[in-house]
Design a protein around this ligand. Sequence first.
Ligand code: FES
Length: 207
Amino acid sequence: MSDAAADQPVSTPVDSSRRTWIAITCGAGAVGGVAAAVPFVSSFAPSERARAAGAPVQVDISGLKPGEKLTVEWRGKPVWIVRRTPEQVAALPKIDAELADPQSKRKPDELTPAYARNEARSIKPEFFVGVGICSHLGCSPSDKFTPGPQPSLPDNWQGGFLCPCHGSTFDLAGRVFKNKPAPDNLEVPPHMYLSDSVVLIGEDKKA
Ligand code: FES
């Protein structure tokens, strides 16, 4: 790890109350996830304000188990880190025909860094790093990791995310399904691995 990287704040997962706050605000008709997330920034401690202003955020992923997700804040936005199981990774190519942009060709510079323009939209197939803000009106989608038939989801559901606001669905690589209100895949933020157990969100240039 470089000295510069060592100076970065180490993030902790967003607590459930903040996630709930985002979801409630969006459900009430917010017009943008970024705007919705701004109010709680004012309560940040100084170091957290710096982080909200754009500082990269280090995340310890050593405790994340296969099939789990953690959420951190970066620039006031929720960033998800999902540790996919081998089965979840293997399922990704099977649903390409049902997706609006399976190869991440739309707005690549904005939504998908070059190192994530692959089937898993990630540096390491095991880990998906994505901004948890729907590309429709900015709600934060809910985890729907359990495969199979269930309310609001197709019978062949492989696991992913459901935006409760208007029903957009995303797979476990943040790729949006066809014929949904959301036009684009979820954003993959700039990121890089500082070690096997630490990922830096917000920066992807080696020092
Ligand atoms: S905000 Fe409308 S579907 Fe997500």
